[in-house]
Design a protein around this ligand. Structure first.
Ligand code: GLU
Length: 419
C-alpha cells in the first residue's frame, strides 16, 4: 500500500470533516483521532516442517464510549498497524450509526493464510487469540470475521478463549458456525445488507432496483451474497470479479452458478461469459450500480473520473479514497458509504451476541427480519439527514453518515464525563 493512501490519514480526514460539520472543536478531534489502545503481538509459529516463522498481529480498540469494542480480524499479507487502527475507527462510526451498544475495534495478522496448511492456520489463530485474551471478552471486546477469516477461525478463537478462561464463552466472538452458537443469517448478512442498501439507493435514484445493471468487484462472502440477493431482487449482475480478474455478460450472470465455478476451480474466470475483463475495467463499466466488495483504496483520484456508475455501494471497508470521492461527488455519483452499506455484518453480529447471552432464543426468520428493518431504517436516516441538514451539492452521503455517528459517540463521551 502506497504511503499517500495510508488509511489512517484518510480516516482522520473524514473525522475532521464531521467535526467541522457538527461545529465541534479540535479537542474532540484530538480525542477521537487516536485509538484507546493498540496491542501488538508476536506469534512464533511452528510450521508443519518443523521450522519456526514469526508473524505479527494487532488488536486496535478505537473508542469504547458506546459499549464493548466490536469488529473483525483480518488475515492479509499487506496488513499494517495503521490500517488496523483506521479500520477500528471506522467500526466506531459503523456501530454508532447502526445504533448498536458497541465501540469500535479491529484486529489483523500480517499473513497470507492461503500459504498455510489448515493445522498451521489453527495454531496461528489459537496463538493470536490467546495473546490478546486479556483485552477481549464478552463485555470487553468481541472479534468477528473480516477479510480471509471465517466461521472456522472464529470457532478456534472461541474455543481457545474458553480453554484459557475455563468456561464456555460463546459471546466472545461472533460469526461462528451454527453448531457453536452462530446464525445462518450472520453468514449472509454483509452481502444481504449491502443488497438492501443498493435496493434503497436505487429506489431513490431510479424508482426501483429491478432491471438495473450491477457490477460487483470481489467475490468473497460479501461480494457473492450481495450479487446473489441483488439478482433475486431483479437487478442484472453484468460483471463480477475476484483477485485474478473479472467476467462480463451483457444479459446478466447467475451468481450461484458463478460461485459454483469459483468453488470448483478457484476463480470466477472459468465461468463461460461473453468476455473476460480486468478488475480496473470492471470499476469503469457503464452500469447503474457499482459494488466494490474487495479491499480498500480501489477507487482513487487516478480512476475516479472514469467511473460511470450512478451509484457506488461500498461493501468493502474504505474502497473509495477521500480525493476520489470528491471527484465522484462533483460528478453527481452517489456513494453509499461503507459504514452504512456494509453494516449488515455487525448488525447481525449483535443479534448473534444477544442470542448467545440469552442461551439461544432467536429464530433465523426473526434475525433476518430485524436485519432488514435496521438496514432500511439506517439508510433512510442518513438519506434524510443528507437532504435536510446538509448542502447536498457540497457534502456527500458519507458526510451525513459520519455526522450522525460521531454525534452519538460524542454525546456518550459527554454523558460519561470523558470530555
Ligand atoms: N468485519 C465486519 C465489518 O467490518 C464485521 C464486524 C463484526 O461483525 O463485528 O463490519
Amino acid at each position: 500500500m502506497s504511503v499517500e493512501h495510508d488509511p489512517l490519514v484518510e480516516a482522520r480526514k473524514q473525522l475532521k470533516q464531521s467535526i467541522e460539520i457538527l461545529g465541534l472543536g479540535d479537542e474532540i478531534y484530538q480525542v477521537l483521532a487516536v485509538p484507546d489502545r493498540v496491542l501488538q503481538v508476536k506469534i512464533p509459529l511452528k510450521m508443519d516442517d518443523g521450522s519456526v516463522k514469526v508473524f505479527i498481529g494487532w488488536r486496535s480498540q478505537h473508542n469504547g464510549a458506546l459499549g464493548p469494542y466490536k469488529g473483525g480480524v483480518r488475515y492479509h499479507p499487506d496488513v499494517t498497524m495503521n490500517e488496523v487502527i483506521a479500520l477500528s475507527m471506522w467500526m466506531t462510526w459503523k456501530n454508532s450509526l447502526a445504533g448498536l451498544p458497541y465501540g469500535g475495534g479491529k484486529g489483523g495478522i500480517r499473513v497470507d493464510p492461503h500459504r498455510l496448511s489448515k493445522s498451521e492456520l489453527e495454531r496461528l489463530s489459537r496463538a493470536y487469540f490467546e495473546a490478546i485474551s486479556d483485552i477481549v471478552g464478552v463485555d470487553q471486546d468481541i472479534p468477528a470475521p473480516d477479510v480471509y477469516t471465517d466461521p472456522q477461525v472464529m470457532t478456534w478463537y472461541f474455543d481457545q478463549f474458553s480453554r484459557v478462561k475455563r468456561g464456555q464463552y460463546f459471546g466472545v466472538v461472533t460469526g461462528k458456525p451454527l453448531e457453536v452458537g452462530g446464525l445462518y443469517t450472520r453468514i449472509i448478512a454483509t452481502g444481504y445488507g449491502t443488497a438492501i442498501a443498493a435496493r434503497e439507493v436505487a429506489k431513490k435514484l431510479f424508482g426501483s432496483v429491478e432491471g438495473r445493471t450491477v457490477a460487483v468487484q470481489g467475490y468473497g462472502n460479501a461480494g457473492y451474497y450481495a450479487a446473489k440477493f441483488l439478482h433475486e431482487m431483479g437487478a442484472i449482475i453484468v460483471a463480477v470479479s475476484d483477485s485474478r480478474g473479472g467476467i462480463y455478460n451483457s444479459k446478466g450472470l447467475n451468481p450461484d452458478e458463478v460461485k459454483a465455478i469459483k468453488n470448483k476451480t478457484g476463480t470466477v474466470l472459468n465461468y463461460p461469459a461473453e468476455k473476460k475483463i480486468t478488475n480496473e475495467e470492471l470499476l469503469e463499466l457503464d452500469v447503474d450500480i457499482l459494488v466494490p466488495a474487495a479491499i480498500e483504496n480501489v477507487i482513487t483520484e487516478e480512476n475516479a473520473d472514469r467511473i460511470k456508475a450512478k451509484a457506488v455501494v461500498e461493501a468493502a471497508n474504505g474502497p473509495t479514497t477521500p480525493e476520489a470521492e470528491e471527484i465522484l461527488t462533483k460528478a453527481g455519483i452517489v456513494v453509499v458509504p461503507d459504514i452504512l452499506a456494509n453494516a449488515g455484518g455487525v448488525i447481525m453480529s449483535h443479534i448473534e451476541w444477544v442470542n448467545n447471552r440469552m442461551g439461544g432464543w432467536i429464530t433465523e426468520e426473526e434475525a433476518q427480519r430485524r436485519l432488514e428493518y435496521k438496514m432500511v431504517t439506517n439508510f433512510n436516516k442518513v438519506w434524510d439527514y443528507w437532504e435536510s441538514k446538509l448542502d447536498k451539492e457540497k457534502y456527500n452521503m458519507r458526510a451525513a453518515a459520519y455526522a450522525i455517528a460521531v454525534d452519538r459517540v460524542v454525546a456518550a463521551m459527554r454523558l460519561r464525563g470523558w470530555i
